[in-house]
Write a protein that binds this ligand. Structure first.
Ligand SMILES: Nc1ncnc2c1ncn2[C@@H]1O[C@H](COP(=O)(O)OP(=O)(O)OP(=O)(O)O)[C@@H](O)[C@H]1O
Ligand SMILES: [Mg+2]
Length: 483
C-alpha cells in the first residue's frame, strides 16, 4: 500500500547497508536504460560502472573488482548466453542478473541454469530493480561475512601451528614471542612457501591486540591505483568509478595489524606515502585534503632481496629502515631437512582428518622427500602430499605417488629432441626449464615465474608460444594457477 510517507521513502530510497563496498557493472546498449539503472543503483549506494557492449564489459571486469553485473541479454553482436559464460569465466564470483525482453522467458530460464543469479524482464519499474538489487546486496554481504569468518578461523588456527624443531626454528619462535609484545614493524624474509604469512599471523596472535583485525594486503597482485585506495581509502569522486567514499585498510585495522605481503613490489610513489603514514601515524585518502589518524601495527614480508633493491634504487632506503626495525628470516626447507618428517606427519594428519581415514608414507617415499631440494618449500611439500593422497587409494603413500621431479633428476634431457651433434638449442633448453619449473610448483605460474627469475607476463607469453607449437602445456600444471 502506497501512503504519503512511504511514497516519499520510495522516491528517496535509503541506501542499502554495506552497498557502498559493492561494485555493480551495468551492461546495456540502450543509453537511457543504462543511465536509469545507474541512477537507481547509485541511490542505493552501489559503486557503478557502465558498458554499452559485451567487449567493453569484459575489459572492465579485468580491471576492477566487479561484484555483480546487470546484463542485457540482447546486445548487438553478441549472444546473451555467450556474454554470460564469458563474464562467469572472467569473474566466477560475480552475481549476474540478466535482463530479458518481453516474451523471452525461455532465455532467462536457460541463463539461470547456466549460472545467472536472477533475471528481470523489460520493461521493469524502479521498484522492481530496487528490490532485486537489495537481494543482490544481501547475498553479497553474507558471502563476505562468511569469508571474513572463515579467514578469522583460519588465522586463529595459524597461531601455534608452526611446525619445526630445527635450531633456526627455535630461534624464530623466540623472536615471534618477543615481536608479539612490541608494536614495532617487523620485516619477514623468506623464500616462497616458507611460511611468511603463517609467521605474520603468529606475531599478531601472540600480541595483546590479538582480538583486533589482522588484515593481509598483497602488494604484488593489485594494480597501483587499487593498492593506494585499498590502503589509504578514497573520497567520492577521487577517480572514475569512485562514486562513494571508502575507508582505507590502514584505518579499518584500527588497533590491529596490517600485513603487507610482497612489499618489494610496492611502487615507489606508494613507498613514499606508506613511509609518511607510518611516521606520522595518519593517512590521507585519495582525493582528500583531510588527514585521518591511524593506529595500526605494520608487518611486511617479501621474498626479494630488499637490501639489493635499496642498493639498486628500486626500494626506498628510509622505508626499508622503518620496516626493518626487527627482521625475521625464515630458513628454506632444504636448510632444515630434519623438520621434513615432522611436517609430513602434520600434513598427513590433516589430510587424513579431512578425508576421514589415516594416511601413512612408505620409508622409501619419505627418503625421497628428505633428499629433495624443495624450491617451493613447505607449500610445495603440502602440495606434493595432497597430490599423492589424491592419486593413491591405498593408505600408504608410495614412491610412485610422488611428483616425478622428487625422485628424478630435475632437468629431463631425455625428453628433448637430441640433435646428432649433441648440442641442444637454447630455446629448447629454455622450454624444458620452464616446463620443469611448472611441474615442480604444481602449475603455480606466479611462483614458477618468481623461481625462474622472469616476469609473469614473460612466462605467459612463452607458454602461449609453446601452446601454439602444440606443446603439452597445462598437462603438468595442477589446479593452482596465477595465485
Ligand atoms: N613451519 C610450518 N609449519 C606448518 N605449516 C607451514 C609452515 N611453513 C609454511 N607452512 C604452510 O605452508 C603454506 C605456505 O605458507 P605461507 O603462505 O605462510 O608461505 P609464504 O612464505 O607466505 O609463501 P609465498 O611467498 O608463496 O606467499 C601454508 O599452507 C602454511 O600453512
Ligand atoms: Mg605469502
Amino acid at each position: 500500500m502506497v501512503t504519503a510517507t512511504n511514497a516519499a521513502v520510495l522516491s528517496h530510497p535509503p541506501q542499502i547497508e554495506g552497498a557502498n563496498f559493492l561494485n555493480l557493472l551495468i551492461v546495456d546498449d540502450d543509453r537511457a536504460i543504462r543511465e536509469g539503472c545507474r541512477e537507481v543503483a547509485q541511490s542505493l549506494g552501489f559503486n557503478t560502472q557502465v558498458a554499452e557492449s559485451a567487449e567493453q564489459a569484459y575489459r572492465l571486469l579485468d580491471s576492477s573488482g566487479t561484484d555483480a553485473v546487470l546484463l542485457d541479454m540482447r546486445l548487438p553482436g553478441a549472444s546473451g548466453l555467450e556474454a554470460l559464460h564469458t563474464i562467469k569465466k572472467h569473474r566466477a564470483d560475480a552475481l549476474v542478473i540478466v535482463v530479458t525482453g518481453y516474451g523471452t522467458v525461455q532465455s532467462a530460464v536457460q541463463a539461470m541454469k547456466d549460472g545467472a543469479y536472477d533475471y528481470v524482464t523489460k520493461p521493469f519499474s524502479m521498484e522492481e530493480l530496487r528490490l532485486l538489487l537489495e537481494r543482490v546486496a544481501g547475498h553479497l554481504r553474507l558471502k563476505t561475512e562468511n569469508r571474513v569468518l572463515r579467514e578469522t578461523i583460519k588465522s586463529r588456527q595459524g597461531f601455534g601451528n608452526i611446525i619445526g624443531r630445527a635450531p633456526e626454528m627455535e630461534k624464530l619462535y623466540r623472536i615471534i614471542a618477543k615481536a608479539g609484545q612490541s608494536a614495532h614493524p617487523v620485516l619477514i624474509l623468506g623464500e616462497s612457501g616458507t611460511g611468511k604469512e603463517l609467521v605474520a599471523k603468529s606475531i599478531h596472535f601472540a600480541g595483546a591486540f590479538r582480538n583486533k583485525p589482522f588484515i593481509p594486503v598483497d602488494c604484488g597482485s593489485l594494480v597501483p591505483t587499487l593498492i593506494e585506495s585499498e590502503l589509504f581509502g578514497h573520497v567520492r569522486g577521487a577517480f572514475t568509478g569512485a562514486t562513494h567514499p571508502k575507508d582505507g585498510l590502514l584505518a579499518i585495522a584500527e588497533g590491529g595489524t596490517v600485513f603487507l605481503d610482497e612489499i618489494g613490489e610496492l611502487p615507489t610513489d606508494l613507498q613514499a606515502k606508506l613511509l609518511r603514514a607510518i611516521q606520522e601515524k595518519e593517512i590521507r585518502p585519495v582525493g582528500s585534503v583531510r588527514r585521518v589518524p591511524i593506529n595500526v601495527r605494520i608487518l611486511a614480508a617479501t621474498n626479494r632481496d630488499l637490501e639489493r633493491a635499496v642498493a639498486e634504487g628500486t626500494f626506498r632506503r628510509d622505508l626499508f629502515f622503518r620496516l626493518n626495525v626487527l627482521t625475521l628470516r625464515i630458513p628454506p626447507l632444504r636448510e632444515r631437512r630434519q623438520d621434513i618428517p615432522l611436517l609430513v606427519a602434520h600434513v598427513l594428519e590433516r589430510i587424513g582428518r579431512e578425508a576421514g581415514n589415516e594416511k601413512t608414507i612408505s620409508d622409501e617415499a619419505l627418503k625421497a622427500l628428505l633428499n629433495y631440494d624443495w624450491p617451493g618449500n613447505v607449500r610445495e611439500l603440502e602440495n606434493s602430499l595432497e597430490r599423492a593422497c589424491a592419486l593413491s587409494s591405498a593408505n600408504e603413500i608410495q614412491m610412485r605417488d610422488l611428483p616425478t621431479q622428487i625422485y628424478s633428476a630435475p632437468i629431463d634431457l631425455m625428453g628433448m629432441s637430441q640433435p646428432a651433434n649433441g648440442i641442444v638449442p637454447m630455446a629448447e633448453m629454455e622450454k624444458q626449464t620452464i616446463m620443469n619449473a611448472l611441474t615442480q610448483v604444481n602449475g603455480d605460474k606466479m611462483l614458477a615465474a618468481r623461481l625462474l627469475g622472469i616476469g609473469k607476463t614473460t612466462l605467459y607469453r612463452k607458454l602461449k608460444e609453446y601452446e601454439s607449437q602444440n606443446w603439452a602445456v597445462g598437462q603438468s600444471a595442477g589446479a593452482r594457477t596465477g595465485g
